[in-house]
Design a protein around this ligand. Structure first.
Ligand SMILES: *[C@@H]1O[C@H](CO)[C@@H](O)[C@H](O)[C@H]1NC(C)=O
Ligand SMILES: *[C@@H]1O[C@H](CO)[C@@H](O)[C@H](O)[C@H]1NC(C)=O
Ligand SMILES: *[C@@H]1O[C@H](CO)[C@@H](O)[C@H](O)[C@H]1NC(C)=O
Length: 420
């Protein structure tokens, strides 16, 4: 019985306990402990009056009868375990990836198999098995995920990065690993730093599959996002002046901001960094910046990498893969804006606060607020963190698209306080 009860507690509840609503899981844990104990009670307190041939009291101890009873008990436990899993799903509104569904790629099932550690529990980490992680929202896109995992093992991967990105944007993050060779693109003409920072990137060294544009000229003629208008043009135009020359009072000059950090700014994180120009300007100042970007409508990641900078391919829904209090600087533009409930932005802000060190700078750069109300909400949110406002500029610009409506922008440099 001991090993069976361990299975119930360990198999279904361990992962969720760590990640999800703990009170619901506690109720379930209690339930599983009670059911397990009830079965134990049932097994060892058979009333001899009701069961005249009770094997536990039979003088000959009929072994075959005992094993029949035991297998019955185990069957009951199995079925209650299934019920328990079902209740758990309903209670938490959470679906684990159902590996028994039809048409699921074999590679996916293989990837998700748990592997017991060969030597049992690891004394340093306390884990007993290796698990492969796949975002729980993948369940919603199981067909796409299965498509993503359908390939020839050790063969070339399908040219499907846009499918991968689609899954990520649907919350299926992390994606499973694959055992195929990703398409390669030869990269002739890469130069070393610092020349690489401003050397135009050839159309030929990036992948254009799945994109509307097939070259950088096309991209430069489009407004890709608020922070990326002609942002792939490194020869002339505004991109070469960004952070060096201010166009409006909302544009802070990089050297002024760095001066506020009194020399201690060495590593930074840039959110929604377009073509990596923020990181490039920082690199010239010996500051290492990681640029967070997806390839939305453009080959951002490859472009940034070609400049000799570090692109991070991660959605803003993902908890940042950095330890607490490590960055000296976080820079965010309107790319920080997340749709939906205000809580969504709060979760993001708390995560940014987590990775920024005490005394580190949070540079909010031309954050677009659709109206005054949004600006006030954002201001209230920021003020809750207790940051010191080193710079705070609210500006209005008339809509370039010509609606005539003034648009509100917030730029700020904030310093993370010590919290006790
Ligand atoms: C043990 O129980 C089985 C099933 O009830 C029965 O067929 C068998 O005859 C019993 N054996 C003895 C030794 O009582
Ligand atoms: C870059 O911008 C400048 C100035 O607007 C323009 O003259 C040039 O043609 C652009 N280059 C590319 C490759 O788009
Ligand atoms: C960056 O580091 C190099 C090498 O240590 C040094 O020569 C250069 O002056 C530094 N640049 C700045 C802007 O600090």
């Amino acid at each position: 019985m001991g090993s069976v009860s361990l299975k119930i507690g360990d198999g279904t509840a361990r992962f969720k306990r760590a990640t999800l609503c703990s009170s619901a899981v506690n109720i379930l844990m209690l339930f599983s402990v009670i059911t397990t104990n009830l079965f134990a009670l049932y097994a060892f307190t058979f009333s001899p009056k009701q069961h005249l041939d009770n094997p536990f009291h039979h003088p000959h101890r009929n072994i075959s009868l005992i094993s029949q009873h035991v297998s019955l008990i185990i069957k009951e436990i199995d079925s209650s375990q299934r019920k328990l899993a079902q209740m758990e799903k309903e209670l938490l509104g959470y679906d684990t990836l159902d590996l028994s569904r039809p048409n699921l790629a074999t590679e996916l099932k293989l990837f998700l198999q748990h592997h017991q550690l060969p030597l049992g529990k690891d004394s340093r980490t306390g884990i007993t098995e290796m698990v492969a992680s796949v975002g729980h929202s993948c369940e919603k896109s199981a067909d796409l995920l299965s498509q993503y995992m359908s390939y020839k093992v050790s063969g070339p991967c399908p040219d499907d990065w846009s499918l991968a990105q689609k899954l990520i944007l649907k919350g299926c993050e992390p994606l499973p690993r694959r055992r195929c060779f990703a398409k390669t693109v030869p990269k002739p003409g890469l130069t070393s730093l610092p020349v690489s920072l401003w050397k135009p990137v050839s159309d030929k060294i990036v992948t254009w599959s799945g994109l509307g544009c097939k070259n950088f000229n096309c991209l430069n003629s489009k407004k890709l996002s608020r922070g990326c208008v002609g942002c792939f043009n490194l020869t002339n135009g505004y991109e070469t002046q960004k952070y060096v020359k201010a166009r409006s009072k909302n544009d802070f000059v990089m050297d002024d901001v760095l001066a506020l950090g009194s020399g201690g700014i060495r590593i930074g994180f840039d959110i929604g960094g377009g073509s990596g120009t923020f990181a490039a300007r920082m690199a010239e100042r010996n500051v290492t910046v990681i640029t967070n970007t997806l390839n939305v409508d453009a080959p951002h990641s490859e472009f940034i990498a070609a400049r000799g900078l570090f692109p991070l391919f991660l959605s803003l829904d993902h908890r940042f893969p950095f330890y607490d209090n490590v960055f000296d600087l976080v820079h965010a533009t309107s790319g920080l804006d997340v749709e939906g409930k205000p809580e969504k932005l709060e979760f993001l802000m708390f995560d940014l606060d987590r990775i920024l060190r005490v005394g580190g700078l949070f540079w909010l750069d031309n954050f677009y607020c659709s109206d005054d109300e949004k600006k006030s909400a954002l201001t209230r949110l920021i003020e809750r963190f207790g940051y010191k406002k080193l710079k705070w500029v609210v500006g209005e610009k008339t809509d370039a698209a010509g609606s005539g409506k003034p648009q509100v922008y917030l730029s700020a440099v904030l310093q993370k306080p010590v919290r006790i």
